[in-house]
Design a protein. Structure first.
Lengths: 299, 202
């Protein structure tokens, strides 16, 4: 297969996959929502979970985006340095976004800043947003596609704490964000927390955290404990679906971290709504692929 | 039995409604969000749709143009209502709108507007956009299309559109604000419990 054909095929694949994840939720999210639904007893909570169920069924049958806000498209790449199309990936993903916008169809969500015009294509300056991590010896690439909707992006916040505030300050920050702005972000939420050295490093990690499966745990024992405590505590608040009160608030809490300056604790929160639309795909050097997040996808 | 509101909505249709009630809407529902509010209230431009007794939806849908030139509603869920808080009280007063549908709660200004002009705010379950689209019978018009797909005023004929959960009623009660108060009261003791277990800096 020559390079041009490979580029065209991969563009087509990523275009189809990007449109697809707007219509069907990843398996881990669907399973979790099913569990949470069973636990609800109050009338409004049950009513909303029933609407959610009907909605996902209708989206699947009618092949339509399950939420009208198909977000700004973000691609998080974990790319092998020896992946044959490494240099072409940026163009491929830009064209995949254009393709998915027509095919989905996706809502037009790229407004060019300062010009304040909607481009109508979901592409614009640095959009789709690409985040890169390079893996030295690998020849494959793993791409996380994420639809960053407005509602679940709005609670996003980052702050740098003084070490005296400790991890207690981190917990307080998370609770403040969720009780003030998380209520409007379509709970039950997946809460991503970055604990790091500065505002922007924590912010990036908090977003990476919500790309992890809802039931996954941080490999560090203390971080995993904190994930568990925060999830239990937030559930105890009882936000319920759409903030209408209920037995749960979150699908989970995921923490990602880095080392930090001794004088700072950078903390950030990113939230994913119940309709957490993300997909994970692995593409090998020979362009064969594997879908990690969903079952049943076909080009 | 389903409680169904029909446009044009009269004051007496709303007076008996309380926060937490579930209703449905039949008639006309117009999408109206950030820029449309700004144009009317801040820029003083006349709204191209008559909303007297009407219903608006804080929503930016996905719409497809069919081959015959008609529009098809693909996906239409609510957007965060709080973004319109800055404008809504004045919007209710100027337009005579009776039902505001959106996501999440709204603030004290909207509450005042609802009491003074006998209007209500209701929540449609967020993210349930295909469910909502199947309740749109027809798109009867589109105004201010220069704003692009999400911000255009889409005039929809809807049938038993809902569930709509009353979040602000005509007496000024506010469901989400009350809920938020409850969440904030619970927050402190929960954090105290957590904080004892995360003193990792020693």
């Amino acid at each position: 297969m020559n390079k041009d054909t490979q580029v065209a095929d991969l563009t087509n694949l990523m275009s189809k996959f990007t449109a697809y994840i707007g219509k069907r939720l990843p398996t881990d999210v669907t399973t979790k929502l099913g569990e949470l639904r069973e636990k609800e007893v109050n009338f409004l909570a049950k009513e909303v979970y029933e609407s959610m169920r009907q909605n996902q069924e209708a989206a699947d049958q009618l092949d339509r985006p399950s939420c009208q806000d198909t977000g700004v498209i973000q691609y998080f790449l974990t790319a092998g340095a020896k992946f044959p199309l490494l240099g072409e990936l940026e163009d491929i993903l830009r064209n995949a976004t254009l393709g998915a916008t027509k095919e989905g169809p996706l809502r037009h969500n790229a407004v060019e800043t300062f010009e304040e015009k909607n481009t109508g294509t979901n592409t614009g300056s640095k959009i789709p947003w690409l985040d890169w991590e390079i893996v030295p010896d690998s020849d494959s690439v793993i791409i996380d596609v994420y639809m960053a909707g407005g509602g679940c992006t709005l609670p996003g916040a980052a702050k740098v704490l003084m070490p005296g505030q400790g991890y207690e300050g981190v917990a307080e920050f998370v609770f403040d964000v969720i009780t003030s702005r998380g209520v409007n972000a379509c709970p039950p939420l997946l809460v991503g927390v970055g604990v790091s050295t500065s505002a922007e490093t924590a912010a990036r990690l908090s977003k990476k955290a919500i790309l992890r499966p809802v039931t996954s745990s941080n490999p560090n024992e203390n971080a995993a404990l904190m994930e568990e405590l925060l999830a239990e505590g937030l559930n105890e608040l009882g936000l319920g679906p759409q903030g209408l009160t209920g037995n749960n608030s979150v699908m989970g809490v995921n923490i990602e971290s880095s080392a930090r300056h001794p004088s700072t604790i950078g903390v950030a929160v990113s939230t994913g709504c119940w309709a957490h639309r993300r997909g994970k795909i692995k593409i090998n050097a020979d362009m064969s692929y594997e879908i990690i997040s969903h079952q049943g996808f076909k080009v | 039995m389903k409680k169904i509101l029909t446009t044009p909505i009269k004051d007496e249709d709303l007076e008996s409604l309380n926060i937490g009630d579930v209703v449905y809407l039949s008639g006309t529902l117009v999408t109206c969000r950030d820029v449309a509010h700004r144009r009317l209230i801040e820029l003083g431009r006349e709204l191209p749709v008559n909303l007297e007794g009407g219903a608006i939806f804080h929503a930016g849908p996905i719409v497809r143009k069919k081959d015959n030139g008609e529009y098809e509603m693909v996906s239409i869920g609510p957007t965060t209502s709080m973004r319109m808080e800055k404008f809504e009280k004045e919007f209710i007063k100027q337009t005579g709108v009776k039902l505001i549908v959106g996501k999440g709660g709204m603030g004290p200004e909207t509450q005042e507007g609802c009491v003074e002009n006998k209007a209500v705010h209701a929540i449609f379950p967020g993210g349930c956009a295909v469910l909502a689209a199947t309740q749109v019978e027809k798109i009867e018009g589109a105004e201010w299309t220069d704003l692009g797909m999400p911000e255009t005023l889409w005039i929809n004929r809807v049938k038993e559109f809902g569930p709509l959960i009353i979040s602000i009623d005509t007496k000024g009660k506010n469901l989400i604000e009350e809920n938020k108060k409850g969440f904030n009261e619970k927050k402190k003791p929960i954090l105290e419990k957590i904080n004892q277990k995360i003193r990792f800096i020693k």
